[in-house]
Design a protein around this ligand. Structure first.
Ligand SMILES: [Zn+2]
Length: 143
């Protein structure tokens, strides 16, 4: 239900796990063991006995959901481009550009110099990976 919100949160550098299909008991166990806050839209889930650390998301639009999370938790620090949007892995700076010559379009290879690689899935990121629309919205959050 919150796949897009997950992407926004990772884009801003938050360690975010996403389980579109998980049993309640497993979800609660992961949250407890890893000391994670549960973000959910499921009012049934939060009524389960012992569920305390959760945030019930009310907005429908994913960007509004993001603002809801930031406001409610009073988050002021962000680390954009530090996590992989796809798998939550940490991004590391690539020092040797030639390493990724075959994994990005030629135009990108020639026109950008800063590349980051995901330590989890190997996806390569660069300054222009995310469409402008995204970056505009992000700068709204970051200011
Ligand atoms: Zn990744």
């Amino acid at each position: 239900m919150l796949g897009r919100l997950t992407r926004w949160l990772r884009l801003l550098g938050f360690d975010t796990l996403y389980y579109p299909d998980i049993s309640d008991s497993r979800l609660l166990r992961v949250a407890r063991e890893e000391e994670r806050l549960i973000l959910t839209r499921d009012t049934r889930l939060i009524k389960i006995k012992g569920v305390k650390d959760y945030l019930l998301i009310k907005a429908n639009d994913s960007f509004k959901q993001l603002l809801e999370v930031i406001d409610t938790l009073k988050i002021e620090e962000f680390k954009p481009l530090s996590r992989c949007v796809k798998c939550n892995g940490l991004l590391g700076r690539l020092l040797n550009k030639s390493e990724i010559k075959d994994s990005v379009p030629e135009f990108v290879f020639l026109n950008f110099n800063l590349f980051l690689k995901c330590s989890g899935c190997g996806k390569v990121y660069w300054e222009g990976t995310h469409p402008e629309k995204f970056r505009e919205k992000l700068s709204e959050v970051l200011k």
